[in-house]
Design a protein around this ligand. Sequence first.
Ligand code: PMP
Length: 389
Amino acid sequence: MELSHRIRHLTTDSDGGWGIYFRVREMIDSGQDVINLTIGQHDIPTPNIILDAMNTAAKDGNTGYAAIPGVPALRERVARRLTERTGIETSYDNVLITAGGQAALFAVHHAVCDEGDTALFVDPYYPTYPGTIRAVGAVAQPIITRSRDAFRPRREELETNAIGATSLLINSPNNPTGTVYDSSTLMMISEVAKAHDLWLISDEVYDTQIWRGHHLSPRSLPDMRERTLVIGSMSKSHAMTGFRCGWVIGPKEAISRMINLTTHTTYGVPGFVQLAAAFALDQGSTLEREIAAPFDRRRQLAWDILNAQQTITAIPSDGAMYLMLDIRATQLSGNEFAQRLLDTHHIAVMPGESFGFAAAGHVRVAMTVEDERFGAALHTLCEFASSFT
Ligand code: PMP
């Protein structure tokens, strides 16, 4: 009996740097004190008012099967939020509620790619991207970017790869690099998408974490509404990672087909979770800013520490909860750097290699421990790096 080629080849044989993540878990479970800067999860938990709203919704009876496309209150709330943020009229039937941004990424690739189609994504990337693309039978093709371009894609490379491709997945603000695409980059991307008739999949799960510039969704660019699929999530904006609540926003026909997919995969998201999400979104940008604030504060703290040393080059983090550090001056790979830092100082960071080819020789630092501990860890990391020069 053999398992399918697809399931066996979802990910490659290498651990992609995730070995460190599992080591950290083991160390913490065995009682060791590790400063864990690996995972994109808030140290400050979900606000109590959201938990209360969830509890009330559950007690009010929202514990049965919920409407598969999402409960009307949440679909409408998400549509209104996007209309407000982009100026593009969006209604509930442009919205499908999914089990987190991850299920949304899966649904959109399912919706646009046929077996063997080429789906492009920008490298460095959130590590599930290639596996998600392969999971729908498509060919995952990275667009390599460079540290010196602040990891923005170059037009000529997009153009070359776009020939014959079906879709392009972008992510701004970016995990892992913290890059926020400016309007000229997004215009260029949208021009390439139109010229090559690509679906543009825009992962905007960090849209509330912007430290410089502002968030622009390509859905709002000229003639992009009908070819753009926006991925959103409550995970990062409202510290609701475990709730598994996200969405796709797109043309009505695409949404209606993806509702059919949802019927045959997750069968929807729990009603009490969705109503808690609708309540959280009703709190508006004040709550979103409050949840994002610690990351901006720590980014500035980190910037001061990094500016006072020469070994590490920091990539300016304009958004998201991460810092990308170029550690090539140490002559170590990202993986060696991360493993040795963990061995010697019990500080855990992610090797850049986990996020693709373009991030080799870098490490990603999640700014997800409280300020003082974070600052101390970064000082130690810099001293550790300088010991190799
Ligand atoms: N996209 C990006 C860029 C992410 O970093 C993440 C989670 N870390 C996701 C999508 C998926 O988020 P979730 O499924 O929790 O909504």
